[in-house]
Design a protein around this ligand. Structure first.
Ligand SMILES: O=C(O)[C@H](O)[C@@H](O)[C@H](O)[C@H](O)COP(=O)(O)O
Length: 263
């Protein structure tokens, strides 16, 4: 199925959230191994949220886990809660506990977004600008194309979504939903706590070769159906998440219940 954006849109519906997490983990392992076989290294953008972290836990448990050469993987985040580094709400902390602390990643290739007690103190705008520079520097070092890209061409970018349509920390009708210049923004007064976050913007998300949307549960069914039907990305941000080559929706039956899918 080709999405309205011109990239290929694939929708895969799994029986339940557990199968979704395990199948998405298997898909991620295979995808990263394929990219590494082709290019020597690979890059992934991780997401927060229960589904995204469940996928990382399943990767950790997978017998196929080490098909990925973890030392040649660049790891980024699509968003982060702007809280102290050891706060349980941190997406980085949850990702490390679920997977990264259990595989031999090259720490110089793991790029967390700053914490509120980190190098930029409690200034989320400075932290966002610093992450944008991290992405620009990575793009410069990888760039073979002419012109300065602002973000690397991520191989796989993982996203979750909220029932009202947010993705990463781009919330409906927010300044971030209309941001089309910078790659990373600070987000305040988020309806989903914690209230202050850092988030990639649509230009950064759309730099990815593949964007995978991972979600489960009936609470997401309306947002999934509206996004697949082509909703306005400002009022339903997840509708604006698409990859250059491919956009993959990985759902369970409950989340797909109101969407027009073949299964
Ligand atoms: O930091 C975050 O909160 C996430 O990036 C956010 O976008 C999340 O993915 C969705 O809210 C879905 O979360 P659940 O999978 O827990 O519903």
């Amino acid at each position: 199925m080709s999405g309205t954006s011109g990239t290929d849109t694939t929708v895969v519906v799994h029986p339940d959230a557990d199968v979704l997490a395990a199948a998405a983990a298997a898909r991620l392992i295979a995808a990263l191994a394929d990219v590494q076989a082709r290019k020597g290294s690979a890059s992934v953008v991780l997401t927060g949220g229960g589904t995204g972290i469940a996928v990382l836990e399943q990767v950790r448990r997978s017998p196929a886990r080490d098909a990925v050469d973890w030392s040649r993987l660049d790891v980024y985040w699509g968003d982060e809660r702007f809280v102290p580094a050891d706060d349980a709400e941190r997406n980085e902390k949850q990702a490390r506990e679920a997977l990264l602390d259990h595989v031999p990643v090259d720490e110089s290739r793991v790029h967390p977004m700053a914490a509120s007690d980190g190098a930029f103190g409690d200034d989320p705008d400075a932290a966002a600008a610093a992450y944008a520079e991290t992405l620009a520097a990575a793009a410069r070092s990888a760039s073979t194309a002419t012109g300065a890209a602002e973000v690397p061409s991520f191989d796989v970018l993982l996203l979750g979504l909220g029932g009202e349509g947010h993705t990463a920390s781009i919330f409906p009708n927010s300044p971030a939903a209309g941001e089309n210049r910078v790659s990373v923004v600070a987000v305040r007064d988020c309806p989903k706590p914690p209230p202050t976050r850092l988030s990639l913007t649509f230009p950064a998300i759309r730099a990815a070769e593949e964007v995978w949307l991972l979600t489960s549960g009936e609470a997401k069914a309306d947002a999934v159906a509206l996004a697949l039907a082509g909703a306005d990305p400002v009022s339903l941000p997840v509708a604006g998440a698409r990859g250059k080559q491919r956009t993959v929706w990985l759902l369970d039956k409950a989340a797909a219940a109101k969407a027009q899918t073949t299964r």
